[in-house]
Design a protein around this ligand. Structure first.
Ligand SMILES: Cc1ncc(COP(=O)(O)O)c(C=O)c1O
Length: 399
């Protein structure tokens, strides 16, 4: 049996909606994107929703809207997909990594608080949070604290970060909060929707996500000025009132096309169904794997009032060779991927900031022991059965 790593969950009505756009003259910036944005405003209760071409471009626009620029510091997590840190580098800001909670893989709010307080203290207390190199103190007059501007937490694998203490730290120290909910559309934190908790939130729609538009994402915010700035930047920096070739700001082409928006609009009408199907597949895995020796199934935090399954990631106990197990699964038609590889140890990060193994031990431990199994809402129970049986055999042979 060959099982795909992930598959989009699409209907003929959704395929027809995309085809219908292709029979109109408006393939970009038409009525579909407006309708798609309206759905997100209604769904989240946020005042503004801005459809964009990817999660990365959405996060980048939030970084610009937050006024983050050369040499600014932003506290974020090394246990994420690289895009959440890269968007800071795009603006020549410095990601300040802090380690994560072992149970969820989400950024540790007590470390964030400590880092924030230390970075805001004048003197040498800040140093332990700074990278070994690639950090310029040129912007720091000796009697001023470092230019710490924002927090960028990530809702990892569809489970919200512990946002309340993060928001409290942000309020106390006057920091903006960009919530990377690219993996968490539909998740809830203490009954509140993931993505709506900070100043800006971003949901992404790559084909392995809860809903898909092919490529695409949605930014939400209640900040009117930021929303209109991000709309302008999305469209080559054209502010309201600008003409076709007048550009008030340095902008980008981060537009979401009409075909993608039409697909997303219809997918959103099925969000509950899509989330429930993913929950069912996660339950099938849990039933079969929770008792298997050597393996830990995903752990949910008490704050997670609803998990929105993005991927299904298991952890192997120390002593079990994750990569050997993944290779054995691969030989039997089951793709499986390490998830995540720590950002601070990516070659370009090491080169620039001088990070070393051991800098963020929990992230590194999770990076070594975690494996994402095939996952999507269209999986059959027989596929999950097969994967779990093979995993059982491989682990038993290894133990
Ligand atoms: C946590 C996180 N942030 C950002 C992104 C970037 O989204 P995109 O691939 O749509 O650019 C992803 C994508 O998988 C992600 O998982």
């Amino acid at each position: 049996m060959n099982v795909p790593m992930s598959s989009p969950d699409l209907t003929d009505a959704e395929r027809d909606a995309v085809a219908a756009v292709l029979r109109t003259p408006n393939l970009s910036m038409g009525s579909e994107i407006l309708a798609f944005e309206d759905i997100f405003r209604a769904y989240t209760g946020s005042r503004y929703a801005i459809g964009v071409s990817s999660g990365t471009s959405g996060l980048h626009l939030c970084v610009r809207a937050a006024g983050i620029t050369d040499g600014d510091l932003v506290i974020t997590t090394p246990f994420s997909f690289v895009a959440s840190a890269n968007v800071l580098l795009f603006e020549r800001a410095i990601p300040i990594f802090v380690d994560v909670e072992a149970s969820t893989g989400n950024i540790d709010p007590s470390l964030v608080r400590q880092a924030t307080a230390d970075l805001r203290t004048v003197g040498r207390t800040a140093e332990r949070w700074l990278p070994r190199r690639g950090f310029s103190t040129a912007y720091q007059p000796p009697d001023n604290p470092l230019p710490l501007k924002a927090l960028l937490p990530v809702d990892v694998f569809g489970q919200p970060a512990d946002m309340d203490p993060l928001l409290e730290t942000a309020r106390e120290f006057g920091l903006k909060v960009i919530e990377d909910s690219c993996e968490a559309l539909g998740a809830e934190y203490k009954g509140r929707k993931a993505g709506t908790l900070g100043d800006y939130g971003v949901y992404a729609f790559y084909p392995n996500k809860q809903i898909t538009t092919g490529e695409g994402a949605m930014i939400i915010t209640d900040d009117e000025g930021a929303a209109s700035f991000m709309r302008a930047l999305r469209n080559q920096g054209r502010a309201p009132g600008d003409t076709w070739l007048q550009h008030t700001h340095l902008g980008y082409n981060y537009r979401l096309d009409e075909m993608s928006a039409a697909l997303g609009r219809l997918q959103m009408t099925r969000l509950e169904e899509l989330l429930q199907r993913r929950q069912k597949v996660a339950d099938w895995y849990e039933e079969r794997l929770s008792e298997l020796p050597g393996i830990e199934t995903p752990r949910l935090s008490a704050h997670t009032s609803r998990v929105s399954w993005f991927v299904y990631v298991v952890r192997f106990q120390p002593g079990l060779e994750r990569d050997t197990i993944a290779a054995e699964l691969g030989k039997r038609g089951i793709p499986a991927r390490p998830y995540f590889a720590p950002i601070h140890l990516q070659p370009y990060m090491v080169e620039r900031f001088g990070y070393q193994p051991g800098d963020f031990p929990i992230t590194e431990e999770l990076g070594k022991r975690s494996l994402a199994l095939p996952f999507s809402g269209v999986m059959e129970e027989s596929q999950v059965d097969y994967i779990c049986q093979v995993l059982h055999q491989v682990i038993t042979a290894t133990l």
